[in-house]
Write a protein that binds this ligand. Structure first.
Ligand code: FES
Ligand code: FES
Length: 181
């Protein structure tokens, strides 16, 4: 069947068997291998992607069911090639990963939480990642990473910091004009 998927902002046409899962389609047909294959029956969360912003297990969906939805995979979170999102960066900083197998699913589940609230409580965070299993970290550093990212995003989005960056833009543009004279 021909399916048109919107993945990380791009429309991708794929020809798949109706029984092919969204996870296998992302990995095998679109080379987006950041979504991991774990249990393949909806338990571990390693295959988590965002479907219209909500975390979903891509091993439990057929690719044909995703037609018409916005799909976000871990490859779509970074602002530019070679860069990391605030959340990805926080995971690196707090060592919120070891083998990395659960990491893409964890980050997408956390990303969805931070889209809904800028001040998540520890309980909110634990609840948001409760469907994602990590065999390595003991979860403490993952929770720490999400708290750190939430704090940094709050600071970056505070009116004062936006004002400061607007002033910096203005100063830079005046300086550039002065340089041209
Ligand atoms: S691989 Fe999908 S939940 Fe485990
Ligand atoms: S870092 Fe290994 S499973 Fe989470």
């Amino acid at each position: 069947m021909k399916v048109s998927l919107t993945v990380n902002g791009r429309i991708r046409e794929v020809d798949v068997e109706p029984r092919k899962t969204l996870l296998d389609t992302l990995r095998e047909d679109l080379a987006l291998v950041g979504s991991h294959t774990g249990c393949e029956h909806g338990v571990c969360g390693a295959c988590t992607i965002l479907l219209d912003g909500a975390p979903v297990r891509s091993c439990l969906m057929f690719a044909t069911q995703a037609d018409g939805y916005e799909i976000t995979t871990i490859e779509g979170l970074a602002p530019a090639p070679g860069e990391l999102s605030v959340l990805q960066d926080a995971f690196c900083e707090t060592h919120g990963m070891q083998c990395g197998y659960c990491t893409s699913g964890m980050i997408l589940a956390a990303h969805s939480l931070l889209e809904q609230t800028s001040e998540p409580t520890r309980e909110d965070i634990v609840d948001a990642i409760s469907g994602n299993i990590c065999r390595c970290t003991g979860y403490g550093q993952i929770v720490e990473a999400i708290e750190l990212a939430a704090e940094r995003l709050r600071k970056a989005n505070s009116p004062r910091s936006i004002e400061t960056s607007q002033i910096a833009d203005k100063v830079n543009s005046v300086a550039a004009q002065g340089g041209r004279r």
